[in-house]
Design a protein around this ligand. Structure first.
Ligand SMILES: Cc1cc2nc3c(=O)[nH]c(=O)nc-3n(C[C@H](O)[C@H](O)[C@H](O)COP(=O)(O)OP(=O)(O)OC[C@H]3O[C@@H](n4cnc5c(N)ncnc54)[C@H](O)[C@@H]3O)c2cc1C
Length: 294
């Protein structure tokens, strides 16, 4: 049985601002007419609906939506936010966030540029950017015969979000494989050994002021066939959770058995839930078809 997702978070401010504080520089009132992000316009968009960027497709606009194209730009933008008293939030895939319809009067950072989505393999050591999609990383490590991330099968999100949330199953979490992380903080970049983080259930103990930029994962040699079996089994459990969550009075559903072949699962969804097929089928397809190893 998979662990249930942790309680959904709202976007956490990294630099909390007093709710009534205007956005603007702390020391020079005349600067208020100036944009805080002069020179960074190419990576800063304004009033961007977050529904486009969250897993649940919910959420109003972000005052500033920042997609840095380098670590230096990330640092620069974070510094400007601090200087201009703009609260900072980080968004992964938004799989563990609920964003309010009224939006966020803040800077929302997303590490979706290619420079944050790189994975370098060196034996059992994997250096990976925080913006990497966890399901893609899982499949790549498993295909390369590297074990340790199977517990992440079917858990949507980025590497940064998974580390921040210490995501995983009931008994295996990210903390087991994180050897080191690099975080961007208002004071600059900092490396932290995984062993020095106060990991807990669905928590890395990371400060709200820390943006995870990249991580070093320490994996182990593993058998690809075994890993494939475990991953597929976990994906089917996820599919069961999705289907079972359609708990409406006029919907008949049954719990899909853990080892039920995926063809049977998909037939069940198509044939027995024709009215709900849009959502359920789409979720099942993402987890069962798209993410299953060929
Ligand atoms: C269908 C479904 C099933 C799920 N099952 C599980 C499960 O079995 N186990 C489990 O643990 N979780 C589960 N989750 C929750 C979610 O998938 C995980 O928490 C995931 O790790 C979130 O990653 P994300 O990139 O989407 O983070 P987001 O949801 O975008 O953010 C989550 C938190 O991490 C912070 N964050 C994101 N990126 C960074 C970064 N680079 N640096 C610093 N902070 C960052 C955000 O500010 C926020 O506080 C499930 C969610 C769904 C929708």
């Amino acid at each position: 049985m998979r662990s249930r997702p942790a309680a959904r978070r709202t976007l956490d401010p990294i630099e909390p601002a007093a709710s009534t504080a205007p956005i603007g520089p702390r020391t020079e009132p005349l600067m208020r007419i100036a944009s805080p992000f002069i020179g960074l316009e190419s990576i800063v968009a304004e009033h961007v609906p977050l529904a486009r960027h969250t897993w649940f497709k919910l959420g109003g606009p972000a005052r500033y939506f920042i997609t840095p194209r380098s670590v230096e730009q990330l640092q620069d933008a974070v510094r400007r936010c601090v200087d201009f008293n703009i609260p900072i939030y980080v968004l992964g895939l938004g799989a563990n966030l609920l964003v309010a319809d009224e939006g966020v009067n803040a800077a929302v950072f997303r590490l979706s540029d290619d420079c944050f989505r790189v994975a370098r393999f060196d034996g059992v050591r994997v250096e990976v950017g925080a913006g990497v999609d966890m399901q893609k990383l899982l499949l790549r490590t498993a295909r390369s015969g590297l074990a340790g991330l199977e517990c992440m099968a079917g858990i949507p999100g980025t590497v940064g979000g998974a580390i921040r949330m210490n995501a995983g199953t009931r008994d295996r979490w990210m903390d087991r494989v994180v050897s080191e992380i690099t975080v961007c903080e208002p004071a600059g970049l900092r490396s932290i050994a995984g062993a020095d983080l106060p990991w807990g259930y669905r928590s890395s103990g990371l400060s709200d002021r820390s943006v995870v930029v990249e991580a070093v994962l320490a994996l182990q040699p593993g058998d690809t066939a075994d890993m494939r079996r475990e991953i597929e089994e976990r994906l089917l459990v996820d599919a069961r959770v999705f289907v079972a969550s359609f708990d409406r009075p006029n919907i008949r559903y049954r719990i899909v058995e853990k080892r039920e072949p995926r063809e049977q699962l998909l037939r069940f969804i198509r044939d027995e839930h024709p009215n709900e097929a849009g959502i359920v089928y789409c979720l099942a397809r993402n987890t069962v078809d798209d993410a299953t190893m060929p």
